[in-house]
Design a protein. Structure first.
Length: 163
């Protein structure tokens, strides 16, 4: 499998299975609007992005956290800045993980995935970690590609619990 370096987010939230990336790639306006509601705190217990109240469907665009066109929230990311300042590819190389940056991560599913993904990335390396993230976010019933945080497959409607 060819790794897209723009998708290797230092926090462990692999961009290839990100809802924002997928909504932008597919130009899915309905999905973008649903994501705006989520990031504005529209689902209790899921979290709220800082500045989420200003978010619009036009802001739901991204070509990967490490690209020149990341999601607006990822443009100024304390985790990305921290790993860069230490010369690390990601948090998996840091002995301080999990640190305050992770503890303060605003979205519940994202934080849960970070806490799962980083130790695994540390254990197996970048290539295997990405391959396994791609495999994890595939519907076990129909094989459709899913996004992080999905509760059911958008194709066959089977419930999924991936995170």
């Amino acid at each position: 499998m060819q790794i897209n370096p723009h998708f290797v987010a230092p926090c462990g939230l692999y961009c290839g299975v990100c809802a924002i990336y997928m909504a932008h790639r597919d130009d899915n306006q309905k999905f973008k609007q649903a994501l705006v509601g989520l990031y504005q705190g529209g689902k209790p217990g899921k979290g709220t992005l800082p500045g989420g109240d200003q978010l619009t469907a036009a802001d739901i665009k991204c070509k990967g956290c490490m690209s020149e066109e990341p999601f607006v929230f990822c443009r100024s990311c304390a985790i990305k800045d921290c790993t860069k300042s230490k010369g690390y590819e990601g948090c998996h190389q840091c002995d301080d993980f999990p640190c305050g940056h992770i503890e303060r991560f605003p979205m519940a599913v994202g934080k849960k995935v970070i806490l799962r993904a980083i130790p695994y990335w540390r254990e197996v390396g970048t290539q295997k970690w990405i391959e396994d993230e791609e495999a994890r976010y595939t519907c076990p019933t129909c094989g459709n590609k899913l996004f992080r945080g999905a509760g059911r497959c958008n194709q066959c409607k089977s419930p999924v619990d991936l995170d």
